[in-house]
Structure formats: C-alpha cells, structure tokens
Design a protein around this ligand. Structure first.
Ligand SMILES: [Zn+2]
Length: 148
C-alpha cells in the first residue's frame, strides 16, 4: 500500500477516498436521504445537503461522457506521456469523475457514450483510477446474451 505518498494536507474524506484507492477500491458517497451518489468526496450531499451518507464500492463500469487528448504537458513530469487522454466518466452508480483514459489509439478516437471499465494502476508507487474502453465482445452482460 502506498498511503505514505498521499499528501499530508488531504481533508479526512479525501484521505478516506484515496486510502481505499490505494487498496484497489474506488469508493464514492451515496446519500441516505435522497440516494444521490457523488464524487469527489464532500461532507454533505450536493443534492439535498444532508450529512447522512455512506461509502459505496464502485462496480468498475461506466460511460464516457467526454474526453480530451493532451498534446502539450501542463507540467514537465507529464511530457513523457504525451499524447495522453483524460476523460469525464459517469460511473454506472451515478457519480462522475475525471481520470486518465487508457488505450486511445490516435486513429480510432472513442465516442461519447462508449462503455468504459475501471482499472486501478500503480503510477510511481501511487495507485490511480484509470479507465479503458470496453471491447464490444466483453461488454457487461454480453457473454450471457451470447450463451442463450
Ligand atoms: Zn441527498
């Protein structure tokens, strides 16, 4: 586990989220009153403002809402990764999050609405959430349809 690499100044809810990710789990918050689900972590439901909520484990699948390919590095440490894609993903459970999008070939760009799958990857000792496009033959439930 790489929690030693987490910044010291993380808020407690951010720390809980990042510590779960270091253990390989993507967790989000769900409101106990209105059932709204959200990321990033915050102390109140952004929909109804209650502080009654709980953590839930993301199933690992979602939909590509939007994406961008960076051809210029905003920080020098990212130059070696150019070009790289960053996506806005809506998890199947509802929360939206921004993360790297893996495996985007330059000639076959993804489409909005594409299915994506989560992977938690180690980047220089810190585990980060990344998404990749789901192949058409491995979509959730596809094997069940094929077997009937
Ligand atoms: Zn709520």
């Amino acid at each position: 586990m790489s929690t030693d690499l987490l910044p010291d100044d993380l808020e407690p809810l951010e720390r809980a989220h990042w510590e779960a990710l270091q253990e390989g789990r993507l967790e989000f918050q769900r409101c106990a009153c209105c059932h709204h689900a959200w990321l990033p972590p915050r102390p109140e439901c952004p929909s109804c403002l209650t502080s009654q909520w709980g953590w839930e484990l993301a199933g690992g699948f979602g939909e590509l809402i939007s994406w961008v390919v960076y051809h210029h590095a905003p920080q020098p440490v990212l130059r070696a990764r150019l070009p790289y894609a960053v996506a806005l993903v809506e998890l199947d459970e509802g929360p939206r999050m921004i993360a790297s999008l893996q495996g985007v070939p330059g000639d076959a760009l993804p489409w909005c609405g594409a299915r994506v799958v989560l992977s938690v990857v180690d980047v220089e000792g810190l585990r980060l959430a990344r998404f990749g496009l789901v192949a058409a033959d491995s979509r959730q439930g596809a094997s069940r349809v094929g077997a009937s």
